[in-house]
Structure formats: C-alpha cells, structure tokens
Design a protein around this ligand. Structure first.
Ligand code: PAF
Length: 294
C-alpha cells in the first residue's frame, strides 16, 4: 500500500495509472475509519483493479461552533484498516496543500443542499462539494463509493458530478449498523453508554415509520407522528439531558429530498437526533410499489 501526502505526488501517480488504464475505485473519507468505511473499501476492491482511499478532515465543512478541532483523528488505526482491506493508495494530504493562501473558490449544489442538514449547517454542503470536487479532479476515479448513512451528501455529490461533467460513477452503498441497528459513524465514539442507548432511538423511530408504511400508511403526517412518538416517549422521561431532542424526522422524495405529504414511489425517511451535544443522522429508503398505493 502506498501512502501519498502531496498533490504533486498524487498527480504523478495518477499519470502513471493513465498508461495502465485500470478502473480506479475511490472512497473519500475524513478518517476515524470504522466498519462502514471498511465495507466501502471491500466493495471497491471487488469492482475495481485499483483502490484509493483519501483521509482528510476538511475544515471547510465544519461550522464555527462545530467539532473540527475535536473531530477524531487516528491515522495509525486508519492506515492499518486500509492495509487490511488491501487499498492500493491512501491519499493523506495536509490542509495547507489543499487550501493554500488565497484559496477562494467554492462549489454549491443549491437545491439539494437547502433542506435538512443544509438548513441546520448552512456552510456544510458547500464545504463538502468543494473538497469532493477537488479530490475527484485529482484522483479521477472511474467509480466513487459513498455510504447511505449520509444520504443527502450522496445526492449532493451525485448532482455535482452530473452538473460539472466529472467522469465518475457515484455508487450508493448500504449503511452499516451495529447488531442492534445503530448506524456506524465516526462520531459514535463520543457517546457514553447511556447516550448510546438513547442514540438507538433514531433507528427505532425510522423503523417504526417504515413499519407503518408497510402496514398501509400513505400520509406523511401520520408516519412522522409515529416516528416522533418512539423518541419523545423516552426523551420526556425525567433525568434525560435537556439538550436531547429531535432535530428533524420527515418523509421525503428520495431524489429531491423535498417533503412529501402523500407517500408513493421511492421515499426516504430522514432523521437527525441530538443526544446531549452529539448529533446523529440516519435514514431509511422505502420503495412503495404502485399497487400498494391506496
Ligand atoms: O463523509 C465524509 O467523510 C466527508 O463528508 C467527505 C465526503 C469525505 C468530504 O470531506
């Protein structure tokens, strides 16, 4: 496995790959790698001759009060996971290399960035879109692998790839969960044992929403109430951290992320939950067949 730390060395390596013509599979990450990232690397390994992982905690996608400084960093653990999964290249750039003085360009995917995470974190998706555009220009992968856990991020990246004619196929891979259903996330390591139990409520709420749809619910207010009840009946108990609350729980069109009232076709149930100072995200995609729509 080769570790590349500078843009210049990456460009040189990438020019050599042009001569080989192999398909490059790419997994962009911010490190603190877990089994969710592992599954992305494994998927890329199966489908592509060459696998590149980038590890870069991107300052541009953190708001001023967010956890950029505190974000977990573990390059030793990350490199050993990449080695175990036979990645060919790990790109580990420095912030000053990617954002030199007078850096002043940004990429905005306007509509898909507006709601949900975009509303709560106004500069987040611009930061994501800008860094991912730069990284895709450098790595020039045939395929880019992203996890469903950050579904809005997937839609934003897929759209920028389309709009800017970047020559990569963006592949959505399933959310990897702990045995009890909690979606894996680098930030889960901040959770205490009792917080982790509460964090699980988000998946339970989304699952209750999905079950309600399976039983025939076709109006989102009813499904949203069902999901909210799962969380609120626990969070209303005495002794719960008052900062713990639902940020949003909604039924949306799976392509546009616009809220829908009548549930039909491909719908995504999206949720964000605050447990103490930690924010958790999750979602479930539900396909409602035509003949199931009443
Ligand atoms: O999902 C992430 O880890 C980041 O948002 C990404 C896509 C690597 C961009 O910094």
């Amino acid at each position: 496995m080769r570790i590349i730390r500078t843009i210049q060395a990456l460009r040189t390596w990438r020019r050599e790959q042009d001569r080989r013509g192999d398909v490059i599979g790419y997994i962009p990450t911010m490190g603190a790698l877990h089994d969710g990232h592992r599954s992305l690397i494994q998927r890329a390994r199966k489908q592509c001759a060459t696998v590149v992982v980038s590890i870069f905690v991107n300052p541009l996608q953190f708001g001023p009060t967010e956890d950029y400084r505190r974000y977990p960093r573990d390059s030793t653990g990350d490199l050993s996971l990449c080695r175990e999964e036979h990645a060919d290249v790990v790109f580990l750039p420095q912030s000053a290399g990617l954002y030199p003085p007078r850096f002043q360009t940004s990429v905005t995917v306007h509509e898909l960035s507006r709601r949900w995470e975009g509303e709560r974190r106004p500069t987040h998706f611009q930061g994501v879109a800008t860094i991912v555009t730069k990284l895709l220009n450098l790595v020039r992968p045939g395929r880019t692998f992203l996890g469903q856990k950050d579904y809005q991020q997937f839609l934003v990246i897929r759209q920028l790839v389309k709009d800017l004619e970047l020559d990569t196929r963006v592949i959505l891979c399933p959310t990897i969960r702990d045995a009890d259903g909690l979606a894996l996330s680098s930030r889960n390591r901040y959770l205490s044992q009792s917080q982790r139990r509460r964090a699980l409520l988000l998946y339970q709420a989304l699952s209750a929403g999905k079950a309600a749809i399976a039983k025939g619910a076709r109006r989102s207010p009813m499904v949203e109430r069902t999901m909210a009840m799962v969380i609120n009946r626990v969070l209303s108990l005495e002794g719960t951290d008052p900062r713990s609350r639902i940020d949003y729980l909604a039924c949306c069109d799976a392509e546009t992320l616009e809220p829908v009232t009548r549930l039909q076709g491909k719908v995504v149930l999206v949720g964000a939950l605050r447990i103490g100072s930690i924010r958790l995200l999750d979602n479930l995609i539900v396909q409602i067949r035509q003949d199931e729509t009443s």
